[in-house]
Every structure is written in structure tokens, then in C-alpha cells.
Design a protein around this ligand. Sequence first.
Ligand SMILES: [Zn+2]
Length: 166
Amino acid sequence: MRRALEIAVTGSAVPAGGVAPVPAEADAAVPADADAVAPIDDVPVGAVLYGPDGAELAVGRNERELTGDPTAHAEVLALRRAAQRLGRWRLDGCTLVVTLEPCTMCAGALVLARISTVVFGAWEPKTGAAGSLWDVLRDRRLNHRPEVYGGVLEAENAAVLRAFFR
Ligand SMILES: [Zn+2]
């Protein structure tokens, strides 16, 4: 989750279609000052996708404003990059970590990608589709339901978003 938070805050080092280099201490390095951040207008949401072996496959940051693409949410970008890297759409065994509760689009995409585990940070009562407004990820009518862990490092993740909207 600290890596996802780092992506959300710095918005850095995400080469187009590629995978960001992983600094040795990436998990320890979350900038304390959320104001000293990204010169981007996008809501700071970061996602990291890990393979079945725990290795980082791809990252994504919300780039809706940057790209003018309504679907450029952190989760979707991480999914696309991981699928491209693996050469397949089916990402079973993989884990997606994201700083904010996924919306309906992202939750739907995660189900379609057969992601095995979803870990998210802050709850999003207005649009969340992993338990807040809907629970697309665990809807029993769907044929695939990932394991879901919500509210991880919630205070830290929520603080980054609050700082952005302040
Ligand atoms: Zn989304």
C-alpha cells in the first residue's frame, strides 16, 4: 500500500506503457508532505498490480485530466499495463492495491480481469463499488469474486485526498 500511495503522491516514474523502476526503499518512502507534490490536476489515486509471485507488474496513477480520458483511472491503467506485459487479459493470481475504493468501472474491470485479490485504502462513500455504494467485487451473481481487503492504511490514504481537495 505504501508503494501505491507513493505513486498517488508523486505521480512520477510511470513510463507510458511501462513499469516504473522500483527503488529499494520504495515501501518506506512516502513523502510526508503531501503538498510538495505532483504538478498535476488529477486526483491523487495510485495503484500497483502484483503478480502471483508478489513481483510488481505494473503501476497506474489517475490520469483523467492529464490525458482527457474518462477511463484513465489508476486501476484501469495498471490493469492495461500488466495485461500488456503478460500478453494476456486474464490476471488471476494477481493482486491489485489501490489507495482509494474502486468505482463501478474499475471494480467491473477488476472482475473481468479475474484479479484474485483487491486491497484498497480509503473508503469512498460517494462512488465506491467495493462495499460503500455497491459491492461489485463481491456480488454473488457474478462468476468471479476477488478477495477484498478495504480500509488499509485508511488514515494516510484519506489524508492525501483531503490535502488535494483542500
Ligand atoms: Zn475507477
